[in-house]
Design a protein around this ligand. Structure first.
Ligand code: NOJ
Length: 514
């Protein structure tokens, strides 16, 4: 178990849109390196979405060559410079490991689809007749070979052959037999290649998808356990974060250090933050807990969260994200004050939280036409709003930026917010600083108690004789609650304290230590 990340915070950078160092309108690796000091204010782990050579039909999640950096992002030397500079600041860098599938332009697939059998024929999951029965999501009639290939996501993302949990068709392979085991070695090689360049670990894309017909991911877990076991022999501190959504499986069984809780598999997350129509990639319609109307509930979230927290204790951590490149922005329909309550909650939970770039300033969601396979995700991938200057300080280009910059950049940008003590940026910074200064003693394994749900939500974490007390009221109503009588206030917003009671005003939060 990787205990030295127990109090970490992850910052997720979508590389095309963070900072353009060479004026071509597209963000790049050098740009991330130049902004490490900015990121360090909020986080100590940077996760960078894919930067490998790719046709970019799914934002780089369609890898054409795992061993090459796409030229729009820079070079392998830029990777080494990024990790070097990050380490000099006590920070870590995670890359994205996208190995459930490749691009259909990957050389392995171009060979695999040929009619004549060759060394790559079994790298992907093929049935044995284009007219044959195939109950899986697949493509048919596009290749030389007489077979259909299984796809993992879009049509151009053929599934690599990690095999099946059970063999029911003659063309299937078992997950722990050849040719699937060969892929395990290939994945280990890719991981070690980047660890040698200084990368500290990986966020693992669709981690539960690799073995097919796998109920609860039991067999995918076996494969990851094997792969990580081999990597950890050489790199015991390597960090693996899963895109799974079920920490109770991914962490203890798959030996992931962290699993993300997002919109997938679990409605509790959506009921917290993303239940209103248009605020999710899912077709939700209802009320989130974090809205000033105060018509939501957080019990569904906590039921699942606490069950999973108990299951990961002693083996790893959960991450509840502010957002990511797959979701409309958390800022939708929320004021900066309301967003502060979101962060006061997310940064107080016993987790390794994740801040999606720009969420710390409430970057807006843009209604944009799809680009690079983004569809409704595109509007959450716009250039970072650094200042009110040319291209919001993102790029010096006179041409187009990767995506259009949101028009509110003259008001919503990090430079202006840094100067305003009441800004969201400074609110998040204060929370991060308090977490770093006072919550270091409270690991995610500390005793957690949910004092009350409804509005406000109140919980405590206890360790080494100390109590951390958190109350968050996202609604615009005022409530009175009991607080620890001798507690010291770490941070508060719109709260009045008097004799062991707190008046939690509308849209307020309180962090105390007792
Ligand atoms: C999950 C990634 O986060 C998403 O952006 C991508 O489209 C799919 N996996 C396919 O790789």
């Amino acid at each position: 178990m990787n205990r030295n990340i127990s109090n970490s915070i992850i910052y997720n950078v979508y590389p095309t849109s963070f900072y353009d160092s060479n004026g071509d309108g597209i963000g790049d690796l050098k740009g991330i390196t130049q902004k490490l000091d900015y990121i360090k204010q909020f986080a100590d782990i940077v996760w960078v979405n894919p930067v490998y050579k790719s046709p970019f039909r799914d934002g780089g999640y369609d890898v054409q060559d795992y061993y090459q950096i796409d030229e729009k992002f820079g070079t392998m030397e830029d990777v080494e410079a990024l990790t070097h500079e990050a380490h000099a600041r006590g920070m870590k860098v995670l890359f994205d490991l996208v190995v459930g599938h490749t691009s259909d332009q990957h050389q392995w697939f171009l060979e695999s689809q040929k009619a004549e059998p060759n060394e790559y024929s079994d790298y992907y999951v093929w049935n044995d007749d284009v007219f044959g029965w195939c109950p899986y999501k697949h493509m048919t009639g596009t290749c030389e070979r007489n077979g259909n290939y299984l796809i993992n996501f879009f049509s151009f993302q053929p599934s690599l052959n990690f095999g099946f949990a059970k063999k029911t068709q003659s063309w299937q392979h078992l997950y722990d037999e050849e040719p699937c085991c060969k892929l395990h070695d290939i994945v280990i090689d890719i991981i070690k290649f980047y660890m040698k360049k200084g990368i500290d670990g990986f966020r693992v894309d669709l981690a539960n998808s690799i073995v097919k017909d796998d109920v609860d991911g039991e067999y995918s877990c076996r494969v990851w356990r094997k792969i990580f076991g081999k990597v950890r022999e050489e790199y015991p501190e390597a960090i693996f974060v899963s895109e799974w959504g079920q920490p109770k499986f991914a962490v203890p069984k798959g030996t992931f250090d962290i699993d993300f809780i997002t919109h997938c598999y679990f409605e509790g997350y959506n009921l917290l933050l993303r239940q209103e129509a248009g605020t999710n990639v899912l077709k939700n319609d209802g009320h989130s807990y974090f809205r000033k109307e105060g018509q939501g509930e957080c019990n569904t979230f906590f039921d699942y969260f606490l069950e999973n927290l108990a299951a990961v204790q002693g083996s790893g951590y959960i991450s509840v994200v502010s957002g990511n490149h797959d979701l409309p922005r958390v800022s939708m329909g929320r004021t900066q004050e309301e967003l502060k309550t979101v962060f006061a909650f997310l940064l107080a939970l016993p987790t390794v939280p994740l801040i999606y770039y720009g969420d710390e300033i409430g970057m807006p969601y843009s209604n944009l036409k799809t680009k690079d396979g983004g569809y409704c995700r595109t509007g959450a991938r716009t250039p970072m709003q650094w200042n009110d200057g040319k291209n919001a300080g993102f790029s010096q280009t006179d041409g187009e930026t990767y995506l259009p910059i949101h028009e509110n950049y003259t008001e919503v940008n990090s430079e202006a917010q840094a100067k305003d003590p009441k800004s969201l940026l400074n609110g998040v910074k204060d929370l991060v600083e308090a977490k770093r200064a006072y919550l270091g003693d409270f690991t995610p394994d500390a005793a957690f108690q949910l004092v009350q749900t409804g509005y406000p939500v109140v919980f405590t974490r206890k360790e080494n004789g100390k109590t951390f007390f958190c109350a968050v009221n996202p609604s615009d109503r005022t409530y009175e609650i009991d607080v620890p009588a001798n507690g010291k206030v770490l941070l508060s917003e719109n709260v009045t304290l008097e004799g062991g009671k707190a008046q939690m005003g509308g849209v307020s939060y309180l962090w105390m230590l007792a």
